[in-house]
Ligand binder design. Sequence first.
Ligand SMILES: NC(=O)c1ccc[n+]([C@@H]2O[C@H](COP(=O)([O-])OP(=O)(O)OC[C@H]3O[C@@H](n4cnc5c(N)ncnc54)[C@H](O)[C@@H]3O)[C@@H](O)[C@H]2O)c1
Ligand SMILES: [Zn+2]
Length: 339
Amino acid sequence: MTIRMNLGEDSYDILVERGSLADVDKHLNLDRRVLVVTDSGVPAQYAKTVADKCKDAVIMTVEMGEGSKSLEVFGKLLQTMLEHGFSRKDCVVAVGGGVVGDLAGFAASAYMRGIDFYNIPTTLLSQIDSSIGGKTAINFDGVKNIVGAFYQPKKVIIDPELLKTLPARQISNGLAEAIKMSLTSDKELFDIFEAKDIEDNIDEIIIRSLNVKKNVVEQDEKETGLRKILNFGHTIGHGIESSEDLSELYHGECVALGMIPMCSEEIRERVINVLKKCSLYRILDYDWDRITKAAFHDKKADGDTVSVTTVKEVGSFEIKTMKCLDVIELAKISLEGLK
Ligand SMILES: NC(=O)c1ccc[n+]([C@@H]2O[C@H](COP(=O)([O-])OP(=O)(O)OC[C@H]3O[C@@H](n4cnc5c(N)ncnc54)[C@H](O)[C@@H]3O)[C@@H](O)[C@H]2O)c1
Ligand SMILES: [Zn+2]
């Protein structure tokens, strides 16, 4: 199935198809120099499969983990392209999760002011979220995603087969973002989470999540308004993620908890049941001072108030301006009371 991203000159297709990695050359123009970027945690066979189909491929394997989204590694990618005589007509292919996609996409955007970029996301999170929307970035001076570009790929190839090697906890990490999209925008997707087997329905979960993100991004490519709904659960989620002692939690695991206070009491029980089903539910010993600091020290906090997305009924949302302290109070009440 192909999902078309309609972004004027920057439009592109997202192909979701089992087995598409194996015939990747049917979908991408690889008849040129290709920098295939992957990381040390992604099964090496995936990048090799792509490289074998290219006329002239260079595989670059960066160390797995957030640390590779650095100026240093970014520089290495550019250097590799320069050393191998990459021209404006050549391209970069990312084969990995959000780390590889963000890094490789940014390198493609910068080399010779922009060469073609293809993304082959291999984690659930990257397949449903980070690979579309055109945001690329690295971290700098300790600040996440602070240097980057809006740069759309020429095509995205999603092969759900690649998820079979992904650890269960990484699957849950991606599911958190899919649950997020169902809550604000797709009631039927939420029904799948509630009533059906997740693994059996993973392709549909991917496609429905992509469609939610597609609609949001098409309406708000540069994140000025609607795109805020993609931050549902993220204010408190970021707070939890950044409060030191809990930093071993994954992003999705924190967002999952961050969504609970932002749902109305009417639906909270159902949301919690879905989180339980996806191994995204836990009871923590929260440090509210730290969470408050971390939650509102980011760019989304606006003075004393913050713009948050709330969900009253599954599949719909409201964007509200709330006092930061009221958000924390709400989080305290709803998260401390959990059993
Ligand atoms: N650009 C965006 O819009 C956007 C949106 C959300 C997140 N992000 C970024 O994405 C990054 C997180 O992405 P992620 O969750 O994909 O993490 P990740 O890229 O670090 O991947 C998670 C781990 O899984 C391994 N892995 C990847 N694919 C695998 C596979 N098929 N089988 C086995 N192991 C595999 C990786 O080596 C890594 O160790 C963050 O840096 C975040 O800032 C970007
Ligand atoms: Zn997120």
